[in-house]
Design a protein around this ligand. Structure first.
Ligand SMILES: [Zn+2]
Ligand SMILES: [Zn+2]
Length: 210
């Protein structure tokens, strides 16, 4: 068994998972480490086809709107009487600025991190009991060679299969950890969501427009 798997097995073996780590019945709980995070099954693959389509559509729509607005202003502000020239020039500057801001927002939304939550020892642990039980069982089965057919191609795949069918776990404490996503295997804020295109959890819907 790899060091990462051992680190994961050492996690929370008897812990009350939603409780503070240091207050679990006075027992010392092994703090979560990056080793434990690495032992978790791999994150799911984003739907790249849909992502590319959504980006292309978004970029095209915004591009066409910008081109239309800039074109209209250009057409109506050229060949104006001399008295109106300063106003025309001001209008053009405003529309260029607006176009620049729109492009900046577009590229930030489409290619920025979009509030995507990243795995870390703090984000992934403590595991809710249902998740911990399934992962530990999969690890033990793989270490003893007692793996049911069809045999998963890797330990990560075996663990991924182990958490299939589980439902997200909500921390009953409203000021607690929020919701545990059983696909990303991390805690996200209660108002966060899992995007089925990106296959990642995001802080909130507005930050995930890709
Ligand atoms: Zn998304
Ligand atoms: Zn998720």
């Amino acid at each position: 068994m790899s060091a990462e798997s051992k680190a994961l097995l050492a996690q929370e073996s008897d812990a009350e998972p939603l409780a503070e780590r240091s207050e679990v019945d006075g027992e010392e709980v092994v703090p979560a480490t990056w080793e434990s995070v690495k032992a978790l099954p791999a994150l799911q693959t984003p739907d790249h086809g849909t992502l590319i389509c959504e980006r292309l559509v978004g970029t095209s729509v915004v591009g066409i709107i910008i081109a239309f607005c800039v074109g209209c202003v250009m057409l109506t502000t050229t060949d104006v009487p001399e008295a109106s020239a300063p106003k025309a020039s001001m209008c053009r500057r405003i529309i260029y600025l607006e176009a620049a801001i729109a492009l900046y927002c577009l590229f930030t939304l489409q290619y920025g991190s979009r509030g995507v939550l990243q795995r870390s020892p703090q984000a992934c642990f403590p595991l809710p009991p249902a998740v911990a039980d399934r992962l530990r069982a999969a690890l033990r089965r793989s270490s003893t060679g007692d793996v049911e057919e069809p045999r998963p191609p890797s330990l990560s795949a075996a663990m991924e299969m182990a958490v299939e069918g589980l439902h997200n776990v909500t921390d009953p404490d409203p000021d607690g950890r929020g919701v545990y996503c059983v696909r990303c295997l991390l805690w996200r804020p209660a108002d966060g969501h899992h995007c089925s295109t990106c296959q990642r959890c995001a802080q909130d819907l507005l930050q995930d427009l890709a």
